[in-house]
Design a protein around this ligand. Structure first.
Ligand code: 5GP
Length: 112
């Protein structure tokens, strides 16, 4: 069971900013920007690489929730970055799909 599954199950605490029947959004424990929220589906997909056609609506919902969280966190005016890491080269450290919502400072490009 991943740490995100344990957060979703309520076994370990998290600073939640949004939740519904399909996903939970909570602040990253080790923030990489002034605002750093993770949007996590309740369905335990490992990453987008594992998602199928049956997950198309869920993936769209996660993006809409990410935009909603960004808006509610006051990031709309200056902008923000959405990231989903996949696998070793992608820098993924938790094997449960999540979208990073990062904002509150300018983001570099290309990413490291
Ligand atoms: P990844 O590297 O897989 O794209 O992102 C995983 C993120 O989860 C990291 O930014 C890391 O700081 C965060 N994280 C790891 N463990 C916990 C935890 O127990 N609680 C919270 N809120 N975030 C965590």
């Amino acid at each position: 069971m991943t740490v995100f599954a344990r957060i979703i199950a309520g076994e370990i605490p998290a600073d939640k900013v949004y939740e519904d029947d399909r996903c939970v959004a909570f602040r990253d424990i080790d923030p990489k920007a002034p605002v750093h929220v993770l949007v996590v589906p309740r369905k335990p997909l490992v990453s987008v690489a594992e998602a199928g056609e049956e997950d198309a609506e869920l993936l769209g919902h996660l993006l809409l929730v990410a935009a909603r969280v960004a808006r509610e966190q006051g990031l709309d005016e200056r902008g923000y970055r959405l990231v989903t890491n996949v696998g070793v080269d992608g820098g993924q450290t938790v094997g449960h799909l999540h979208i990073h919502v990062l904002g509150g400072r300018p983001m570099g490009w290309p990413p490291g």
